[in-house]
Design a protein around this ligand. Structure first.
Ligand SMILES: N[C@@H](CCC(=O)N[C@@H](CS)C(=O)NCC(=O)O)C(=O)O
Length: 233
């Protein structure tokens, strides 16, 4: 049985980490049996980040390598009908979510003061108060540093949200009236799209990023569609 190590679910989402939610969603989409180990901690993970999986004697860390492992080990039914060109498009779309929009969402969650209070409650609520401030403060400092090193953290607040809003607009236009990102049939990139969009649109966190996402109605409809199809049956 595949074991998925991830954070505890929160905000009515399968996971407050889009990368963890991506794997659980993929496992459901692919019809693979799995067990979740909620409340895992990054510092004990092989690459000091979540998610990672164990499958028998195999341990695989990083959602991209987990996708690769699962597809190689259990087959790639979800994407088998995509052409090479469609696979390339899906790849580019996944990079938009994971390598660009992610940083804006991270900024919003951890560096916006009012949102940070709620983020802190969700991620560290179980820790005694004094320790909580210490641990949360240290994680926040690390995220500020990572945002600066990656580059997003060097922009002004308005510029950062401009970057994220442009991504959401592009994604909304891409999806258009189609039920899934590659057309009529769900494919693995939908595990990514749903996890990142869900993590922006669903949590009760007021930000310009969420407000912009909510102004693009096909994105919420899409999240509802994915939730109904994979989490409510
Ligand atoms: N490239 C990794 C990214 C995973 C990642 O950034 N995980 C975050 C949570 S969303 C994490 O564990 N952060 C803990 C840390 O950096 O200490 C993947 O695709 O799995």
């Amino acid at each position: 049985m595949i074991k998925l190590y991830q954070f505890k679910p929160a905000w009515g989402l399968p996971n407050p980490s889009p990368f963890c939610m991506k794997i659980e969603t993929y496992l459901r989409m692919a019809g693979l049996s799995y067990e979740v180990i909620n409340g895992a901690v990054p510092f004990k993970a092989p690459k000091k980040k979540l998610p990672y999986i164990e499958d028998g004697t195999q341990v695989v860390a990083d959602s991209g390598f987990i996708f690769k492992y699962l597809k190689q080990t259990y087959g790639d039914k979800l994407d088998e009908n995509l052409s090479a060109g469609e696979k390339a498009s899906a790849h580019a779309l996944s990079r938009l979510f994971e390598e660009n929009l992610y940083w804006v969402a991270l900024y919003s969650r951890w560096l916006e003061e009012s949102i940070y209070l709620e983020t802190k409650r969700v991620f560290f609520g179980a820790i005694p108060p004094i320790l909580r401030e210490l641990v949360a403060g240290r994680v926040r400092k690390g995220i500020r540093k990572a945002l600066y090193a990656q580059g997003t953290g060097r922009h002004s607040r308005d510029e950062i949200y401009d970057i994220g809003k442009a991504d959401l607009t592009a994604v909304s236009v891409w999806l258009g009236e189609r039920p899934f990102f590659m057309g009529a049939t769900p494919t693995s990139v939908d595990a990514i799209a749903y996890s990142f969009l869900g993590n922006i649109l669903v949590p009760p966190l007021k930000s310009p990023l969420k407000a912009h996402g909510m102004s693009l109605p096909n994105l919420s409809t899409y999240c509802e569609r994915m939730k109904n199809k994979y989490y409510e049956t």
